[in-house]
Design a protein around this ligand. Structure first.
Ligand SMILES: Cc1cc2nc3c(=O)[nH]c(=O)nc-3n(C[C@H](O)[C@H](O)[C@H](O)COP(=O)(O)OP(=O)(O)OC[C@H]3O[C@@H](n4cnc5c(N)ncnc54)[C@H](O)[C@@H]3O)c2cc1C
Length: 453
C-alpha cells in the first residue's frame, strides 16, 4: 500500500492516468496487487475501514477515472497473464494486457479476438465498457465474446459470473464500465480463427467534396460484407496532399476500409465495391487492397492516437445521416488549433446496423455509426485554445447524438452522459444490481452518475 504521505505517492498517482492531463482528484492510498487474493484482502481492508474503492486497470480512461476523491485505488497493473487453448478456441486472461499484446499472443495460436483499436489500451476496462472492436460489424462488440468473468465483490468474495452462475453480475460486467461494483480479475474469452489475409484500402477526398464522398461511401458500405470495417475520418492530410488541401488548412477526409478475410481473394473481393464506386473518381489519392495484419493496424492506430499527449474526447452513437453531421462539423474542423486532432466515425457495412441492441449485456448501444472527436495536443500552454475548440465541436455534434459510449464519453465534464449511455431499463437494472451486490457502497461507482464518487 502506498499512502498519500509516502515519497513515491505523487509518481504512483500520476501513473494512474495515461492522459497527460491529470485529474484534480487523488486517492488516500494506492494498493498494488499481485493476484486476486491481494484484491480480496484490499477490498476487505477498505470495507472494514470505511474507505471507498476504485480499480485501476491500464489507466487508459482518458478522463482519469482510476483516481477519485479519496479512498483506495486498487492497481491491477501486475495482472497480465493469459492461458490460451487452441483446441477449444478460448483464452483466460488477466485484465491488464494491451490490445496489441493480446492480438500477438492469440496470433501465435492462429486465433483472434475483437480487440480495441488503440494498441496500448488494456483489456479489463475495455471489456467492462463493452468493447468497440476491430471487425465489430462481424464479431460484434467485444463483450459478446466474453464467456465468463471472475470478480471480487464488495463482501470480499471471489466469484465466477457466467450465463449459468451469477448471471446478473455477468450481465452487468459486459457494459457497466467505470461503474462496475466489483473488481474483475479474469476474463474468459471466446476466440476466432485468425483472419489470415487482413487487407486495407485508403482513399482521400477534398473537404470540398465531403458530402458527395460521404454519401457515396456510406451507400457502398451497405453492399460490402460485414467483415469490412469502414471508417470516415476528418484528419490532417499527409504531406504529399498538403498542397491539394491548402485551401482547407491542410485538412482532408480519409476513408479507410479494412477487410478481415481469411484469403487474399476474399479480402480483395470484399474491398472491390469501394474501389469500383463512381465516387472514387473524385479521390485525391488512393491505395487499394494493401496487405495488413493486427500488428499493422496497431501501428497505424498508434500513430493517430500517440502516447504522451494531452487528450479530450467525446463520442456518440448515431442514426443520423453521416454526411449531414460531417458537413455540420467541416468548417469548425478546419479551424482546429492542433493538427493532431481527429474526427472519426465507423459506419455500418452489410445489412445489419453496426450496433444493435443486445438484451443479454448491459452495453446499451443501437446505432448505424459510432465514433467521435479526439482533441489531441502536446503543450499545456495550448490547453485553453484546444478546450474551447473541443467544446464547440461537441456542441455541433450534440443534435446528431442518440447515445454515448460509457468507455469514452466525458462523464467528468457532463455527468448526465452516464445515464445517456444506457437505455432507461438497463440503467434501472444496473442500479438495482449495485444495491444488491454493494449495499454498503464500498465501490465508488460512476463518477458523476446517480451513485456519486
Ligand atoms: C486512445 C484511446 C483509444 C481508445 N479506443 C477504444 C476502442 O477502440 N474501443 C473501445 O471500446 N474503447 C476504446 N478506448 C476506451 C477504453 O476502452 C477505456 O479507456 C478503457 O477503460 C481502458 O481500460 P483500462 O483498463 O485502461 O481503464 P482504467 O482507466 O484503468 O479504468 C477505468 C475505470 O474502469 C473500471 N475498471 C477498470 N478495470 C477494472 C477491473 N478489472 N475491474 C473493475 N473495474 C475496472 C474502474 O472503475 C476504472 O476507474 C480508447 C481509449 C483511448 C485512450
Amino acid at each position: 500500500m502506498i499512502p498519500a504521505n509516502a515519497p513515491e505517492f505523487a509518481g504512483a498517482r500520476d501513473g494512474l492516468v495515461w492522459n497527460k492531463i491529470k485529474p484534480d482528484r487523488s486517492p488516500d492510498a494506492i494498493v498494488r496487487v499481485k493476484d486476486e487474493h491481494d484484491v480480496v484482502e484490499a477490498v476487505n481492508f477498505a470495507r472494514e475501514n470505511g474507505l471507498k474503492v476504485v480499480t485501476k486497470g491500464g489507466g487508459h480512461t482518458w478522463c482519469g477515472l482510476a483516481a477519485r476523491h479519496g479512498g483506495i485505488t486498487i492497481d491491477l497493473s501486475a495482472l497480465n497473464e493469459s492461458r490460451i487453448d487452441e483446441a477449444s478456441r478460448t483464452a483466460v486472461i488477466q485484465p491488464v494486457i494491451s490490445n496489441r499484446e493480446l492480438a500477438r499472443r492469440l496470433g501465435e495460436h492462429g486465433l483472434a479476438f475483437p480487440i480495441g483499436h488503440c494498441p496500448t489500451v488494456k483489456a479489463g476496462g475495455y471489456l467492462l465498457n463493452g468493447g468497440m472492436s476491430w471487425n465489430m460489424g462481424h464479431w460484434g462488440p467485444a463483450c459478446l465474446s466474453v464467456e465468463a468473468v471472475e470478480l471480487v465483490t464488495a463482501d470480499g468474495t471471489l466469484v465466477k459470473a457466467s450465463a449459468t452462475e451469477h448471471e446478473d453480475l455477468f450481465w452487468a460486467a459486459r457494459g457497466c464500465g467505470p461503474g462496475m461494483f466489483a473488481v474483475a480479475t479474469r476474463f474468459h474469452l471466446k476466440c476466432y480463427p485468425l483472419p489470415m489475409a487482413i487487407a486495407s484500402s485508403t482513399y482521400y477526398f477534398s473537404l470540398n467534396d465531403l458530402r458527395a464522398a460521404v454519401d457515396g461511401v456510406v451507400a457502398i458500405g451497405r453492399t460490402m460484407p460485414d467483415n469490412v470495417e469502414l471508417s470516415i475520418f476528418l484528419i490532417q492530410a499527409p504531406a504529399e496532399l498538403a498542397e491539394a488541401c491548402k485551401d482547407r488548412n491542410g485538412k482532408v477526409c480519409m476513408v479507410a476500409a479494412v477487410a478481415f478475410g481469411m484469403t487474399r481473394e476474399e479480402s480483395e473481393a470484399a474491398l472491390a465495391p469501394l474501389e469500383k464506386g463512381e465516387i472514387m473518381k473524385k479521390a485525391l489519392a488512393r491505395r487499394f487492397n494493401e496487405p495488413s495484419s493486427f500488428d499493422h493496424l496497431a501501428i497505424a492506430s498508434g500513430a493517430t492516437w500517440p502516447e504522451n499527449h494531452r487528450n479530450l474526447c467525446e463520442n456518440q452513437c448515431s442514426k443520423a445521416k453521416p454526411s449531414d453531421m460531417l458537413m455540420a462539423l467541416r468548417e469548425k474542423f478546419v479551424e482546429a488549433p492542433s493538427p493532431k486532432s481527429v474526427i472519426v466515425f465507423c459506419q455500418s457495412t452489410g445489412p445489419r446496423n453496426l450496433l444493435e441492441p443486445h438484451p443479454e449485456v448491459a452495453l446499451s448501444m443501437d446505432a448505424t455509426s459510432y465514433g467521435g472527436l479526439w482533441t489531441i495536443w502536446e503543450k499545456e500552454e495550448d490547453d485553453a485554445a484546444n478546450r474551447k475548440w473541443h467544446d464547440e465541436v461537441v456542441g455541433i455534434m450534440k443534435p446528431f447524438t442518440n447515445q454515448h459510449y460509457i468507455g469514452e464519453t466525458d462523464i467528468v465534464q457532463d455527468p448526465a452522459r452516464v445515464q445517456e449511455s444506457y437505455s432507461v431499463e438497463k440503467w434501472r437494472r444496473l442500479e438495482e444490481l449495485r444495491a444488491k451486490y454493494d449495499p454498503q457502497h464500498v465501490f465508488f461507482g460512476f463518477l458523476g452518475g446517480t451513485s456519486k464518487a
